[in-house]
Ligand binder design. Sequence first.
Ligand code: FCB
Length: 468
Amino acid sequence: MPTQTEAPAAATAQELRFPPDFWWGAATAAYQIEGAVAEDGRTASIWDTFCATPGLVAEGHTGEVAADHYHRYRDDVVLMREIGLSAYRFSVSWPRVQPGGRAGENPAGIAFYDRLVDELLAAGIKPAATLYHWDLPQELEDRGGWTARDTALRFADYAAVVAARLGDRVQLWCTLNEPWCSAFLGYGAGFHAPGRRNPADSLLATHHLLLAHGLAVQALRAAVPSAQVSIALNQGAVRSLTDSAADRDAARRIDGLLNRVYLDPIMTGAYPADVVADTASVSDWSFVRDGDLAVIAAPIDALGVNYYAPDLVSAAATPHEEPSVYPASQDITFHQTPGPRTEMGWTVDPTGLRDVLTTVHRRYPDLPLYVTENGAAYDDKVDADGRVRDGERIAYLRAHLAAAHEAMTAGADLRGYFVWSLLDNFEWAFGYGKRFGIVRVDYDTQQRLLKDSAHWYRDVISAGGIAA
Ligand code: FCB
């Protein structure tokens, strides 16, 4: 077993300054916070359907009300201002803007984001918009979802509509959020909407998501020539359990399917040959048509990295019992990295963030980076005096900011950091049981309460870094 690496000493010992123009942000996603699922013309997304299917989401929770942000966005922007955020990453709900997945636009749906963006700008907060954070219109899923090539074309149309309305004010675009989750958890493992379980479909969905990304980049640039365009990928640090050739090869394969299969075609216009070979038993990749890779490789202005925890893998002699979320990887075992864990069971290991940022930087030195998500769920309690003393979350955030700083010192061009999440919210298949917010949400009253971590983040932002 590898010994666990210590968090960088810098995490607590020294003052860490960030550049004056560094973006201090927080992130959310439409379905996780908005609620109002049937208002102003919005129709169902695959997540509404998934939630309505018994047994798929913890305690039968749904996004029907969520954090009621659709009605409370003004108050939420006031909180962002109180914390001192310089940027806010939100996502746009496709079925609000194009109900039923139909072409054209729903004026009442896009108007919500129009108001939100204006409110942010009035508060001095840069709007960073994600076009797709997993809420595909159900009607498009009924026609094949991400396994249908047409969904990518429909996405380009949707991107053009949003760009035409918000492009004059949005300062950073993310086309997709974590396409790995959409494809592998949604179509391969069935843990996420739409809940399909077909390893071949997860690769087909991967390609169509990447094609959708490339077409959306074109649509954004056509509508807004000065647009700053990125994609948020859950790039991970994949480590091998031992130094054996077999374990190292397992790590190579997972690195291929988690990281390189997404980033390489965008950056180089080709799928990694080893990944195509590794997955030959489930797919011949004949869905890749001439010209697709040139579309996918449209230049981006920055990469968003979402990071939570590292992966530790080994080559196992026997298939493991849990269905593997990775196609053609039944012979690989995932291990828990040693160390403290969050409420999600994810190991706290900031060296993973440092390694991800430095690896991406080494491979693509000119690519500006943002940490578009990073944070931790803990079982927060409101104390009798009305405070949430979430010291573990503060420790997590501090250590990861220090790790990000270390990567910057090593040359990574990191432009900003977005805490996941601004608010406690609907944590997908885990429902409301997992709280990631720096602001607590009381789901009975919808009252917001700044946790200690929000106060701590405010101090970091105002100091431009972490004080000694
Ligand atoms: C990421 C998702 C985000 C949230 C965090 C905890 O994978 O992008 O919506 O669920 O995990």
